[in-house]
Write a new protein. Structure first.
Lengths: 326, 326
């Protein structure tokens, strides 16, 4: 059987696994901390070690296994054609030829793709967006990003920079975003900003079970905790979740009016809240976007969770090889 | 020589002309008021008469001329596959089989396309966006709309509803838009709302040459007049033009971050202001969007003016015929 090694490089963790070329399964997947402060060489050495371990695992299980290549998903901006990471503040990398480094380290062909694009493409391939033809994937995690897949092909834009959905201004007088603009979607609804809004309500004295759960240390409030506590009926957490659905609803309604997708798939850490996040989001979008766009579109949580990046990196290798790019 | 009749149906005027199938020229073009209150039958009868007049004109000039079809651009929402205008409040049409009616009236094959899509596709074909591969066209007129062209193909979305750029919320607490949401781009920067903002400043007592030009009747202030007066250095009009560039700049910067186009072409009545509109818009976008997206993109005024719709309707016929749709 043929396999592709999928590598998902995140600011916190790296995940590596072997993906069957028909997308039917991932084997040997494991995760370890990225620890980017050690520098790119150390991180790449770890990725090579992890990929070799996965390869050994596959070969032990299937003596006829053939590893045909490796795909790696990394935060952007990237030059995909050149296989170079241009700049990733989270990792401290600049103009890093990651594709060539992994190909040399592993002795197989390699492909590089944006991490959010990988996750969205994975959901289109074997996840929650398989029936979609015009798919928007919105990644809601520490930040907000995403990807566009048209007729199963990733849409990269003119310079591999499409899909920065977090940096769509929805309130020109809103809070300052990490990007310098005011009122970007990310400044309201990323994991970091969901937690910030909860902390602001706590600081204002709003009663909540959150206060005891973090033993009075508001810095320990996370988006995940907010959704857990909201599920128990906590009014502060429910208010934060409701506001989040409204902000994301404005952003997703914009995307429906602009792009008229048939599937919007919600990914990333915050999307673990599942229907608790997506159900009120659907209501907001239905209230805001044009009817023909609303009627044409399903809004669904992703199905692949932590493995979306691994599946998608492998798919990126298969797609780029088919396109003659690698 | 082969020709396609292009018909541009607007709420105010209809324009009809014969377009050479290589896009090299339009002949016999003329325009007349739509007068939609007379009902769809009367408007369609006029379109047929106008198209016959154009046909006579072409045949008089070129005895070997062959009219191979007719393309019509109309305001949406449409069902392009069925050739039906679903709903156009401006024209009062509902579920009108415009394609079949024109084909029957003229005895040739016909194609229907969204009017904004036609204008954008025309600029890609023979206008200001010819070098673009990922093109956003923004029509700024009475309302704001647009179209997306990827690798010379119109992107329609899942239900022919893509490209409603005017209904992207840029200020969730902003003024109420005609669509019912708050703070859509259109609610700030359409021709109607440019004039509204100028009237509001006049009503607040701001000095301006506009006041005398409209003889104290603020209802006569138009976006066109605002740009004319701004060009003479009038501070109120310059303020309105500057604010317009800021609002459009937020919207276009959003589109760059989402879609990463290589060309944004600005069309519609307000775009007649040309560089007076586009030059400050470029500055706003460069300040707001991500650098790789800004560096990849030219922002240009359209080149085809009143004939964009006619060229684009003819191109829609050629494209839909090639796709086997008509």
């Amino acid at each position: 059987m043929q396999w592709v090694i999928g590598i998902d490089v995140g600011g916190t963790n790296c995940v590596v696994g072997a993906v069957a070329t028909d997308g039917s399964r991932v084997v040997g997947d494991h995760s370890q901390p990225t620890l980017p402060a050690r520098g790119a060489d150390a991180v790449i050495a770890d990725l090579v070690t992890m990929a070799r371990r996965v390869t050994d695992h596959v070969r032990a299980a299937d003596p006829t296994a053939e590893i045909i290549g490796v795909g790696v998903g990394a935060p952007g901006p990237l030059d995909i054609t050149a296989g170079v990471v241009l700049l990733t503040p989270n990792l401290g990398w600049t103009n890093l030829p990651l594709r060539a480094r992994l190909a040399a380290g592993l002795g197989v062909a390699a492909a590089l793709e944006n991490d959010a694009n990988c996750a969205v493409q994975a959901e289109c391939w074997v996840g929650a967006a398989q029936r979609g033809r015009k798919v928007i994937g919105l990644t809601v995690g520490t930040g907000i990003g995403g990807g566009i897949v048209i007729d199963q092909q990733l849409y990269h834009g003119a310079s591999d920079a499409a899909g920065e959905f977090g940096h769509m201004v929805i309130d020109m007088n809103g809070p300052v975003c990490a990007c310098g603009n005011r009122g970007c979607l990310e400044a309201f609804a990323s994991g970091v900003n969901i937690a910030r809004r909860a902390r602001e309500l706590l600081a204002a004295g709003t009663p909540s079970a959150l206060r005891d759960l973090v033993a009075g240390d508001a810095s320990r409030v996370t988006a995940e905790l907010v959704y857990q506590v909201a599920a128990t009926g906590d009014p502060l957490a429910q208010q934060v979740a409701e506001d989040t659905a409204r902000y994301l609803g404005i952003g997703v309604a914009n995307l429906l009016n602009l792009f008229n997708p048939d599937v919007v798939v919600i990914l990333g850490g915050v999307a673990r809240a599942g229907e608790q996040l997506v159900e009120p989001l659907r209501r907001e979008v239905a209230r805001r976007a044009f009817r023909p766009a609303v009627d044409a579109c399903s809004i669904v949580p992703g199905a692949l969770r932590d493995l979306a990046g691994v599946y998608g990196a492998a798919k990126a290798f298969l797609d780029q090889r088919r396109a003659g790019l690698v």
